[in-house]
Design a protein around this ligand. Structure first.
Ligand code: IPE
Ligand code: IPE
Ligand code: MG
Length: 247
């Protein structure tokens, strides 16, 4: 476990200074592989190991919600061999690594539209959700075929159909109701979003939910990301002054 000075980071930061919900845009796998003269899929495998390590660390230090961006609605436009190697990797991860999270009592959820994935992968996603839903540990949202605009379009359609069938009255549509129609329904908004690999953009991740989220951009590529980098992001976060439009 990473240390901060002589003490664990979480012993230094008071509990109130820790984010409840962290989002991570797991970016930079391709560049990591390129730097080493390896195929991009080697970067994705290395990134999957980092995912495992950082997820466990977040659970260990008491983070309540972690949302990781694994595959966007736009990532289908990548070359076919990259997409198919990612699908293979997702399958092996859902079979092995996620079973490991059982020891940490982690609740696994997928956010995004499962429909375009093949049946085997879809079933693995559903099995992981079903088998972990009664655990009491950290909630891990894995964003797969997730795009925030797509999420909002779906929410609008579902609200419209509920208005049509009379279960929602237009005058009752408010911010809370819209949040309730998103994949993250019932969860707190992210306090902190970390983007490794130095890109300063949101890339269609949690647009509605991140209205008042603190962003920390880090230069490390995701496969190189260490628990000490997470500590650094937490330290930066703890020094932010969140005003939510107030003074
Ligand atoms: C993130 O790494 C993984 C996915 C988007 C699936 P990238 O593959 O985007 O890596 P870079 O940005 O090309 O380095
Ligand atoms: C965002 O990264 C999506 C994931 C990390 C899964 P991208 O690499 O797809 O985003 P852009 O293309 O740099 O905006
Ligand atoms: Mg990228």
């Amino acid at each position: 476990m990473a240390l901060f000075g002589k003490k664990k980071k979480t012993e230094v930061l008071s509990e109130s200074a820790l984010p409840v919900h962290i989002g991570i845009i797991m970016d930079g796998n391709g560049r990591w592989a390129k730097k080493r003269g390896l195929p991009r899929k080697a970067g994705h495998s290395a990134g999957a190991k980092t995912f495992r390590k950082i997820t466990r660390y977040c659970s260990d230090i008491g983070i309540k919600y972690l949302t990781v961006y694994a595959f966007s609605t736009e990532n289908w436009k990548r070359p076919e061999d990259e997409v198919s190697s990612l699908m293979k990797l997702f399958k092996s991860y859902l079979e092995e690594a996620l079973a490991d999270f059982k020891d940490d009592s982690i609740v696994v959820k997928f956010i995004g539209d499962k429909a375009p994935f093949d049946e085997a992968l879809r079933n693995l996603m559903i099995e992981n959700e079903e088998s972990s839903k009664d655990r009491d540990g950290m909630v891990l949202n894995i964003a797969m075929n997730y795009g925030s605009r797509d999420e909002i379009v779906r929410a609008v359609k579902n609200i419209c159909s509920d208005v049509q069938n009379g279960s929602v009255l237009p005058e009752n549509i408010d911010e809370q109701l819209i949040s309730d129609y998103l994949y993250t329904s019932g969860q707190p908004d992210p306090d902190l979003i970390i983007r490794p690999s130095g890109e300063h953009r949101i890339s269609n991740f949690l647009l509605w939910q991140s209205a008042y989220t603190e962003f920390v951009i880090m230069n490390k590529l995701w496969p190189d990301f260490e628990t000490s980098d997470l500590d650094e992001a937490l330290e930066i976060y703890s020094q932010r002054n969140r005003r939510y439009g107030g003074v």
